[in-house]
Every structure is written in structure tokens, then in C-alpha cells.
Design a binder for this molecule. Sequence first.
Ligand code: DOR
Ligand code: ZN
Length: 442
Amino acid sequence: MFDLVIEGRVIREGSLHDAAICIEEGVIKEIRNTATSSSGERDDLGRLLLLPGLIDTHVHFRDPGHTAKEDFSTGTASAAFGGVTTVLDMPNNSPPIRDIRSFAEKSVDVRSKAHIDHGLYMGLDEGSSAEELIACLLGGDRSARPCAFKAFLGESTGSLSFGPIGGLSAWTSLLSGTGSVLAIHAEDDSLFSKAAAGEADPDILDRHDRRRPPAAEASALRQALKAVGPASQSLHVLHVSSEEGLGAVRGSGCTLEATPHHLLLDIKWGERSLENQAMCKVNPPLRRTLDRAALWKALLDGTISTLGSDHAPHLPSEKERGILSPSGIPGVETMGPLMLQKVKERKLPLERFMELLSEAPAKRFSMPGKGALKPGMDADIVVIDPSFSKRIRSEDLHSRCGWTPYEGFEGVFPIRTYSRGELIVENDVLCSKGGRGRNLFI
Ligand code: DOR
Ligand code: ZN
């Protein structure tokens, strides 16, 4: 007798199988091959596909600080509508999350709003204290335990700035042996071109790419790898964006993340709509077609191991300032559907999709109950019809920021999302209450 049995089809060893996923107290107890007689509740989803819940290891939910753009409730609800059942939230809040006190306050507050499970990053900046880092990782009090650390190696949204890249070595030495990840935003701001700022050129995306060129990404990556030496396994490179950036890390032991926007959009996107180019201003910038091709190759051959949405909501009104608009693109709800569309178009094998969005992030960030449909794992399950796409429209999405750069793109959206055996989204309806999501690290 189980609390719930979900019936549908699963992928196992490359082929589809009928399955009955038997759940007790939110955990998968057994997966049977055929329908099972059970006196508990039964959700028969026929021939629909059951996938492990998606993990987005890179979101900016603006809570605390800028909750008019997003808060933890709207952000995690939006995630659930896109099949995401775990998010890791970035520390460039206001105030920035850079010490035990700000971390603990944020974690209590966001937990009361969360629809899904989550972890929180701790920011590292020039004033970060090694004693605090050791205390929050190894101390008996888990209330400030982060999912990982984040260093902005170049200037971007918010006030967190790491300072000289050579300083990374001290932090990776401290982290070695703890299994903890140091995630880096790799852009060397000494190579940003100042000259172009303030010019009246309307071609914002091209100009932004030239202001923060691939050479700046590659330079930051080379310096980071040189600084950390054999500890490169601690480094997780966020949003690698260019062929040059990929070249700089080839053969090193660090892991790489790519974003849907660097894979699906490029500076040519601006030709669709010159007025709205600032919507797609993001750091690191959208690049050229050749860079996108290099990213796709690296995604398929395993060089890139995780996908993160880098969901960075800004309001449409803030994006009306041309080149001076804030950088960032929302995407937590559209990442899974857009990539499943690529599966449908046969550009991405379904197994690779599951590795990138479930299995690999769970392993890299040490989330043992997540990432696969197997006995003993949390019953985080996304139900899809892999042959059914929907046209994306801003008004159908759930982020508070209210817009998407993927207007008109096709996406395969979940029909249901379960988190730990609880149905939290069914079609267009949010069934859960905020506050049920758990911090997986504390
Ligand atoms: O474009 C970006 N937006 N890049 C970042 O590094 C931060 C993000 C944000 O928080 O807005
Ligand atoms: Zn980011």
C-alpha cells in the first residue's frame, strides 16, 4: 500500500517502458513495470512521459531586495510551471548575501514562500571572511549552509565583486575536500571596452558583445585556472558563452554550464526588433552564430555538463533605456520547454536532456535525493506529452517580470509537475501553497 502510484511511461536504457512509480512520504519506493493494484491513490497518465524533475542551478529571484521584479513565491511557482522542481538561487540580492547573517535571514524568509525545493548560494567578495566560510560549511550550525559559493570575477548586476582573480586560489584551497562548488561568473572587466559606452548606435546587442568581448571571458577563465591549479575541480564555470571561452577551459578539470539564451539567441536576434534589443542585453552578452554552434557541439559531446537558466528578471520599463538598460533575461519557466522542443526536433537526445537538467546538476551540487527516477529518490516528476508543443506567450508565463524574449517560440510544457509526490502544477493551475519547499542544504 502506497500513498500514491503514478502510472505512465519512463525512459530506461534508451527505450520507453510502461511504469508505475510507487510513492510513500514523498519518496519513490518502487518502480513496477505494469499497473499495480494498490488501495492508495492512483494517477493514471496513460502514455504520457514521466521525467525526473528539472534542476535549475542558476536563478536570480530578487528576494530580498527587488521583489517588484520577482520574489521567491512567484519565482518558484514560475519554475514549477516549467517542470523545475529544484532551484539554486544566486546571492546578488540587496543586501548582498555575503555573510552568515544575511544568508540566515534570507533562508528563513524565502523558505516561507518556496513552492519547490531549493538551495542558496553564498557570495564571495573582497571582504569575505575565511573563518565565516569555514563556519558555514563545517560548523555544527547548518542554518547558513550554502549550496555553493559564487564569485563575480567581473562587474555585473548588484554590488558583489570578487576583486583580483588570483584571489581564487585561497578559496579553492579552503574548499578542497569539502565537495563544495565555487561557481564563477568569468569576465575580465579590465578588457571591457569603455569607448563604446554612451554612443547612439542602435545596434545594442552587437555593441554589448563588443564592449564585453569573448576575449574578456577567455582571459578571466585562463586567469582563474592558473590561480587554482590542481583545485580546478572545485570550479563551476557559469554561462560559458563563446567559442573562445570554451577554448580557454578545454582539458581543465572544471565543469561548465550553458544557458538557453546563449544556445538559442544571438546578436542577430536584434534584427527581429531593433527597439527591443535591450530586452536581450545580458552578461555575458549574446554572441555570434559561430559561438552558438560551438556551444551546441560542447553541449552534445559532454564538454558542457549542466544547463542553467540564469533567470534574471528585470521589468519591461527598466529595459526601455537602450544600452543603459540593466542586463538579464528571464528564463526559469521556459528552459525545460525550449530544450524539450529541441528533443522533439531531434537536435538533442532525450537522455542528454535528462543528464543536463536532472542527473548532472544533482551530482555536481551534491543533492543525493534528486536527479533521477529511482527507488530512494524524491518523487519529483514532470509529466509531458513529448509530441505536443505550445507557442510561448508572455501572458501565459508566471514570473512577476511579465515578459520573455522567447515570444512566439515553440515549447513542450509540462502537463503536471509533482514535487516530493505532491501535485504542484496541473496544466495552467498552481496547486501548491508557498512554504512547502525545503532548503536541501540546511
Ligand atoms: O545579465 C546578467 N544579469 N548577468 C549577471 O551576471 C547577473 C544577472 C542579474 O542578476 O541581473
Ligand atoms: Zn546569473
